[in-house]
Design a protein around this ligand. Structure first.
Ligand code: G4P
Length: 528
């Protein structure tokens, strides 16, 4: 095998999806702990404290600083290289979360045993389903009373529409929690609060029949467990690697993140079965990870990490080939060669300068606004990776400037912040308004704060009569011209200069569509 094929096969690139408070942050921390990336649990915590204080803008700043290092966390485990991509934590489900999910090869879903399947989980699952992303499930907080495990799996199957294959099974719950049984290896892992930091540190019996086990969990419990397992094995599916890789089945684990419990079986199984980097679609062909030339796409931009320097970091997911520090790559959109110097890697908990990286890895490229979300890089071939969309925003506001002399800065600020992808910026053809679109209201507050902090612009946002936006396309130049003339009052350009129809009402949109049958109205704009 070539180096690229070998290195690519070792990679496991994934994201954790969950409803807020199910335990994503805690589990992230424990995975890093088991992966040896951090010595003591606790370092990811600060981020959460910052995240919860959304009204405290200094905390927001701090969070942004910290979230760069925790955007991608890489650690070696059992001969594999694990890349954990963080999904943004704020309450609004954003397109940035969606785009992170386009950059992974699999996902890990965390469910609170007491709450079961929650609203955000359903939404994230829909996103994963679009690309048939393989998903493993961790049922968390087993140290508390929760739903009956069999009912819970039933809930996952019916609500999320995915088959469940339990890999571990709980022995008791809450106060009665004794451990988990590994249904494939037969091992019994005992629950011992304050321990289980490593495999050596845990009490593991090789099977249910192992001497000494009955004394530890009690004869009655053991007998009940045997009965229950019979029921479970009859009623549920056994692990089927193919069904998992096709996104039809999810292996399920039980545990308690905060108590380090059940995490090791999950991580062991994950590195063994989760898919390595997969081939990626472009507008012209599929790119296989083992191809020698470097290729990749940008799925995230983080701007102004250091407000003094106006720098921004573009996160590039490598799809094929080998990245080497200082190499030149072809920036497909601009058609120019770009020297990829000072790329960041995300080993353990710190940023480091990367010397090489492989398919599945993410590197951070410093730039001054030349790189945008959705951009592709190659070694010369014109490749456009597909599937990294901008969604039509659902909320719109007009920017209102308190100091009219700052218009230039305002335009610049809005344009640059929209490059990060959390908000979108529109300039109507017929007015000087600056309209901002977002998926959640919090984003307007964040933009107002950052305009002031980073661009020195005091701006507010007011209601505007726009309900939805559609990118318009038309192959017939004459029909397009006619459409532009008739609808100039509702047309705008987005930050990339693409034509957008801003509809004041749904009815208006419908009428506009009926009147211009040759024009296509798209709810997403694919970056290309
Ligand atoms: P999130 O990132 O998905 O939002 O969840 P996070 O890990 O922050 O966990 C949410 C809350 O659930 C935290 O409590 C955390 O300590 C708790 N938690 C996580 N795993 C477990 C578990 O296995 N068992 C129990 N009982 N609780 C768990 P908090 O009160 O919000 O914060 P803290 O004061 O405990 O830090």
């Amino acid at each position: 095998m070539s180096d690229t094929a070998t290195q690519s096969a070792r990679r496991r690139t994934f994201a954790i999806i969950s409803h807020p408070d199910a335990g994503k942050t805690t589990l992230t921390e424990k995975l890093l702990l088991f992966g040896g990336a951090i010595q003591m649990a606790g370092s990811v915590k600060g981020r959460k404290a910052a995240r919860h204080a959304t009204s405290d803008w200094m905390a927001l700043e701090k969070e942004r600083g910290i979230s760069v290092t925790s955007s991608v966390m890489q650690f070696p485990y059992e001969g594999r290289i694990v890349n954990l991509l963080d999904t943004p934590g704020h309450a609004d489900f954003g397109e940035d979360t969606y785009r992170v999910l386009t950059a992974v090869d699999s996902a890990l879903m965390v469910i609170d045993v007491a709450k079961g399947v929650e609203e955000r989980t359903i939404k994230l699952m829909e996103v994963c389903r679009l690309r048939a992303t393989p998903i493993m499930t961790f049922i968390n907080k087993l140290d508390r009373e929760g739903k009956d495990p069999i009912e819970l799996l039933d809930e996952v199957e019916t609500v999320l529409g995915i088959q469940c294959a339990p890999v571990t099974w709980p022995i008791g719950m809450g106060q009665r929690l004794k451990g988990v049984v590994h249904l494939i290896t037969g091992e019994v892992h005992l629950y011992e609060p304050g321990r289980n930091f490593t495999r050596q540190d845990s009490t593991i019996f090789p099977s249910l029949d192992a001497p000494g086990l009955a004394e530890r969990i009690g004869d009655t419990m053991l007998a009940d467990l045997r009965d229950e397992l019979e029921l479970v094995q009859g009623a549920s599916h056994s692990f089927d690697a193919q069904a998992y890789l096709a996104g039809r089945q999810t292996p399920v684990f039980f545990g308690s993140g905060v108590n380090n419990f059940g995490v090791q079986p999950l991580l062991d199984f994950f590195v063994e079965h989760a898919p390595p980097p997969q081939p990626r679609a472009t507008t012209t062909r599929e790119v296989a990870p083992q191809e020698e030339p470097l290729s990749g796409f940008v799925f995230k931009i983080q701007a102004n990490m250091d407000p003094q320097h106006r720098d921004r970091v573009a996160f590039l997911r490598i799809c094929s080939g080998r990245f080497e520090a200082g190499m030149k790559a072809f920036h497909v959109r601009s058609g120019k060669e770009m020297k990829l110097a000072n790329a960041l890697t995300f080993m353990a908990s710190d940023r480091e300068i990367v010397t090489e990286a492989w398919p599945g890895d993410v590197i951070g490229l410093h730039n001054h606004g030349t790189i945008s979300i959705g951009d592709s890089f190659s070694e010369g071939e014109t490749l456009h990776f597909t599937g990294i969309p901008n969604f039509a925003p659902e909320l719109f506001r007009r920017a209102r400037l308190r100091d009219p002399l700052k218009l230039k800065q305002l335009q610049k600020g809005l344009a640059q912040l929209s490059e990060e992808g959390a908000t979108q910026f529109f300039r109507p053809l017929m007015s000087n308004d600056l309209i901002l679109g977002a998926v959640g209201t919090l984003q307007f507050d964040v933009v107002a704060y950052r305009l002031k902090d980073e661009y020195g612009v005091d701006a507010g946002f007011e209601q505007v009569q726009v309900q939805t936006a559609r990118w318009v396309h038309c192959d017939d130049a004459k029909a397009l011209e006619e459409f532009r003339e008739k609808n100039a009052g509702n047309l705008a350009l987005d930050a990339a200069g693409k034509l957008v129809y801003l509809a004041p009402t749904r009815v208006n949109l419908q009428l506009a569509q009926e009147r211009a049958p040759k024009v296509r109205f798209a709810a997403t704009r694919e970056h290309a």
